[in-house]
Design a protein around this ligand. Structure first.
Ligand code: NI
Length: 163
């Protein structure tokens, strides 16, 4: 496993549409392992493959630090409710902004064996599903920020922002 370089805002790869994954090759398995390692190293709760420069529809999420979720070819099939809160992105380090998202999201995706799975999330996990899946279509949360991006203090453990 290896930590990969996280592409930052302004890198054109972040605005491209990722391609569907058709099979789990050894190369894709390495990418998945590296994405988890890179996300944990950066203290993020989600990472999408284009953020490490690979245009494949793969997302990793862990909102608690002990609940790793892998989504291959994810799509949102149901949403309800609304939540408004701070959101950040590993591709915009040190920044956050207020974004309104659904409070409940249901996702259909494939797992590491290319079996179809269905996952539900509320609150932070629902936000993570929306944020990360948008990366796969070249969209960043900055398009949805209400007001301005603000600077966030690093390593503030009292914050519960989405990053
Ligand atoms: Ni992001």
């Amino acid at each position: 496993m290896a930590i990969r370089t996280i592409r930052e805002f302004g890198d054109p790869v972040l605005n491209k549409v990722s391609k569907e994954v058709k099979e789990i090759t050894p190369r894709i398995q390495d990418l998945i392992d590296d994405m988890f390692e890179t996300m944990y190293d950066a203290c993020g709760v989600g990472l999408a493959a284009p953020q490490v420069g690979i245009l494949k529809r793969i997302v990793v999420i862990d909102t608690t630090g002990e609940d790793p979720i892998l989504l291959i070819n994810p799509r949102i099939v149901e949403t309800s409710g609304e939540q408004t809160g701070n959101e950040g992105c590993l591709s915009l380090p040190g920044k956050s902004g207020v974004v309104t998202r659904p409070n409940y999201v249901k996702v259909v995706a494939q797992n590491e064996n290319m079996e179809t799975i269905e996952l539900e999330g509320t609150e932070l996990l629902a936000r993570a599903f929306c944020h990360e899946i948008e990366h796969l279509d070249g969209h960043l949360y900055t398009e949805k920020v209400e007001g301005e991006l603000v600077d966030t203090l690093p390593f503030d453990e009292d914050e519960e922002d989405y990053e």
